[in-house]
Each structure stands twice: as C-alpha cells, then as structure tokens.
Design a protein around this ligand. Structure first.
Ligand code: HEM
Length: 132
C-alpha cells in the first residue's frame, strides 16, 4: 500500500478525469453564481464554455495526468495568455478561493486540497499583471 501511494500523482489521488471534470464544472459554476467571485468573473467573457474545456485539459496535465492541453496548444505560456486580462491581488485571491471552494464541494481530500491550493496560489500569483 505505501509503495503505491508514494508514486501516485495528484491526478491519481484526486480520482482522475471524472473528478477533474467535476471540479472544473463546479469552479466555473461558482464563479458565475457567487457574488464573492465577481471580480474574477468580470475578467472572463460572456460565456465560460471555452474556459471550462481549456482549464480541464490544462489541469489534467498539471496534476500529473494526460497532457491534453500541451497536445493541443503546445507550451501553456500561461502568463502570456493572461496578459490581455487585468489581474491584480483581488482577482488572484478570488480565483484561488473559488477553486478551493470547488475542491471542498467536489470532495477532494483535505490534505490534498490544501497542498493543491498552495501550489495554485503560486501559479495564480504568477498571472498577476497589475499592481495592487
Ligand atoms: C489569477 C487569476 C486568474 C484570472 C483572473 C484568470 C482569467 C482567465 C481568463 C479571462 C481566461 C480566458 C478565458 C476564455 O477563453 O474565455 C483564462 C484562460 C485560461 N486560464 Fe486563467 N485566470 C487566472 C488564473 C489561472 C490559473 C491559476 C490557471 C492554472 C492553474 C489558469 C489557467 C488558464 C488556462 C489553461 C486558460 C486557457 C488559456 C488559452 O489557451 O487561451 N488561469 N484565464
């Protein structure tokens, strides 16, 4: 048992594609519904369909699973692709809080959720392109 867990990726531990799919769906549903995420929602267009597909593909690879995003679009260049959107501390914190709530509501195990939230905060902070 110990051997298997040690080499398991976060993708394996989270439960693979069905759970990543459910997580991304809940993330954008919350972003659409919750007033507390209004600033990060405002950076997105009128529909979130494209964002849902691309974040699912990206997270599968980022969690150590299949590289669906890179196979389709090449290197993520996340910071460059986010330059058109005004991202300050509020947008960063709302993005991370929304993902943390989505992980809680889709039943991601607590210690894994905390670990992923910490890593996602680092990625989200790298997207910041506005002071304050
Ligand atoms: C820091 C706050 C963030 C804001 C405000 C933000 C906002 C956005 C917006 C507005 C888009 C375009 C969506 C569309 O096509 O309609 C986008 C695309 C995307 N975001 Fe973010 N994002 C943030 C953080 C992140 C983080 C932390 C990740 C990854 C862990 C991420 C992954 C992606 C991906 C993969 C795309 C698709 C890029 C493409 O191929 O066009 N974003 N984001």
């Amino acid at each position: 048992m110990t051997q298997k867990t040690d080499s398991a990726t976060p993708f394996d531990l989270i439960g693979g594609e069905p759970v990543v799919q459910a997580l991304v769906e809940r993330f954008y549903d919350l972003m659409d519904l919750e007033p507390g995420y209004a600033a990060v929602r405002a950076t997105h267009g009128s529909t979130l369909d494209d964002a849902r597909r691309k974040l699912f593909w990206f997270l599968c690879g980022w969690l150590g699973g299949p590289q669906h995003y890179i196979e389709r679009f090449g290197h993520p260049r996340l910071r460059m692709r986010h330059l058109p959107f005004a991202i300050g501390i509020r947008e960063r914190d709302e993005w991370v809080a929304c993902m943390d709530q989505a992980m809680r509501e889709t039943g991601v195990e607590d210690s894994l959720r905390q670990r992923l939230s910490q890593s996602l905060l680092e990625v989200a902070d790298f997207m910041r392109n506005r002071p304050g």
